[in-house]
Design a protein around this ligand. Structure first.
Ligand code: AHR
Length: 556
């Protein structure tokens, strides 16, 4: 139950809060016109406890995913050295420039399902000598109208060295997914050797050096297959555990890096897979070879909600509720994993997440699973990243699916057209959490109720978010999932004094607005320094409807 305002203020004061006390005027900006007519919900509270730490937010939670799928690599990341499109050694320059600004801690490549069909040896050595191969996705119904081209027949122009260069350009760590379904463990060892052995020591490291990279890449993160229960081989957990053991136990060369192997986890929160995998690994003393357990959760909305842009009100809430299931997926997998790994040696790696709309390519027919992003997708991103922050003691890495031209799309590009999506702005706002200490924040707000697709009564919290501290800065990020209602909210910071507050808000004139190549700034954040008022009370702040907000508190 939400606290009453008086109770809240009394308990906040008792807890020693020392705060600025401005009655904050709502940020107007792009939302000014719409505000005039809407009603207001009160009785929302956020209680931040600086002395109740959860853990450190791994920067790797802010990771990305690029697969050889549709327009992600070819046309998205890679345009080629001789392209008229501005590029850095073949890599789209606009992408490099924009990506650097959001600090992409880690990038997963080359799949996804593609990984279990990929032979890394096809993508090394001189580019003009590399073979062209049928892409894993070539037969997908979404590519039926496409004749030829890299989405169907991969020219291998973008291989390991190109990917490593991309990572270096944007300051990200590489996370490679190995092929377990159609290559032997020996090929995995040799890929590690190609990446990590000192030049001059092995034949494969000499091939790497000949490509211009004498220094080893130092790849630490290795996925051992992908979705082994599905496109990664349709394995049973027991069969996959055998493969995992063959690939990782005592075989793979380490080169002093302390390699971190990620095992294929369940589909969603599938208990049977998690339990079966840990049981089988434990029986062969292989649990300690696992650093991370991969978890995938995509959200979607049915019926009219499935359209990426022209969704209805129910589709708005259905999608957010579907995204919000991430919290229970994490809880369930974590709890079941504890049966086989009571000390939680293994952390969770949510290496695919995002909103997957029943969509159509928007820029080019070859862009499989591409859709536009609205503020709805930005709220999905905000609430998902907040979920990871709150669970940073369990989640060691997460990778949004995918970086460009696919599913959650942080960017869209085709030929020389390029734009960031609203999702990008969420990553930019939330970058402040990377490496910070997450602290407990309690949210209380009237929940939102609606009738879901099955004509059942559904509810979603009225306000949620996460908080973290780095040095003298407290960062609070908040999503307001209400399509129409602002939330007037009292915020108490317990255990510290606040000197000033800066607000950054991402909202839109219309929930159907999108960024296009011609109008890339239609949905963009606004920032304002809030007036520093009297110290000793609580901050009152109004979160606009359908928004993602970051409040940065300078602590005294
Ligand atoms: O991200 C698209 C696909 O979704 C990936 O290739 C696969 O792992 C998942 O099913």
């Amino acid at each position: 139950m939400p606290q009453s305002r008086r109770d809240f203020l009394r308990s906040a004061m008792a807890g020693g809060a020392a705060l600025v006390l401005p009655r904050v005027t709502p940020l107007v900006g792009a939302l000014g016109a719409r505000r005039a007519g809407r009603s207001r919900l009160a009785d929302s509270h956020i209680d931040i406890r600086l002395d109740d730490p959860i853990g450190t937010i791994a920067p790797e939670i802010y990771g990305h995913f690029t697969e050889h799928l549709g327009g992600v690599i070819y046309d998205g990341v890679w345009v080629g050295e001789n392209s008229k499109i501005p590029n850095v050694g073949g890599i789209r320059k606009a992408l490099v420039d924009a990506l650097r600004l959001i600090r992409p801690s880690v990038i997963r490549w080359p799949g996804g399902c593609f990984a279990d069909s990929y032979d890394w040896r096809d993508g090394v050595g001189p580019r003009d000598k590399r073979p062209t191969r049928t892409n894993f996705w070539a037969d997908d119904a979404g590519l039926r109208s496409v004749q030829g081209g890299p989405a169907k027949y991969d020219p291998n122009a973008f291989g390991t060295s190109e990917f490593m260069r991309f990572c270096r350009l944007v300051g990200a760590q590489p996370y490679l997914a190995a092929n377990v379904r159609s290559l032997p463990a020996r090929a995995f060892d040799e890929w590690i050797e190609y990446c990590n052995a000192p030049a001059g020591d092995t034949t494969w490291s000499d091939v790497r050096a000949a490509a211009g990279d004498a220094a080893p890449y130092g790849v630490r993160y290795w996925g051992v297959g992908n979705e082994a229960w599905g496109c990664g081989g349709n394995f049973t957990p027991e069969e996959y555990a055998e493969e995992f053991r063959r690939f990782t136990t005592a075989g793979a060369p380490d080169y002093g890096l302390g390699l971190r192997f990620v095992a294929s986890g369940p589909s969603g929160a599938d208990r049977a897979w998690t339990r079966g995998l840990f049981d089988a690994l434990r029986a062969r003393y292989a649990v300690n070879s696992v650093w991370g357990l991969s978890v995938h959760h995509y959200c979607s909305a049915p019926d009219a909600g499935a359209h990426a842009v022209n969704f209805d009100e129910r589709g708005w809430y259905d999608l957010l509720a579907s995204a919000n299931r991430m919290e229970s997926v994490i809880d369930t997998v974590w709890t079941v994993a504890a049966e086989g790994d009571p000390r939680h040696h293994v952390k969770l790696v949510v290496d695919e997440w995002g909103a997957w709309h029943a969509s159509h390519p928007i820029a080019d027919a070859s862009h499989l699973f591409e859709s536009q992003s609205t503020i709805r997708d930005a709220v999905v991103a905000g609430l998902t990243l907040d979920t990871f922050n709150r669970n940073c003691d369990k989640v060691a890495m997460a990778n949004v699916a995918q970086m460009i031209n696919c599913i959650q799309s942080v960017f869209l590009a085709h030929d020389d057209g390029f734009t960031v999506t609203p999702v990008y702005h969420v990553f930019a706002m939330y970058a402040a959490h990377q490496g910070a200490r997450a602290v407990r924040a309690e949210f209380s707000a009237p929940p939102h109720s609606w009738t879901d697709k099955d004509n059942g009564a559904a509810t979603l919290w009225g306000l949620n978010g996460s908080a973290s501290v780095r040095g003298n800065t407290l960062t609070l990020t908040v999503t307001n999932p209400s399509m129409t209602e602002a939330r007037e909210t009292e915020i108490a910071v317990r255990g510290g004094a606040v000197r000033s507050v800066r607000a950054t808000t991402l909202a839109a004139h219309s929930v159907h607005d999108v960024n296009t190549f011609a109008h890339p700034d239609t949905v963009a954040p606004t920032s304002a320094e809030l007036p520093a008022g009297a110290v000793g009370g609580s901050l009152v702040y109004e979160f606009p409807p359908a928004s993602v907000t970051k409040l940065e508190f300078a602590l005294g």
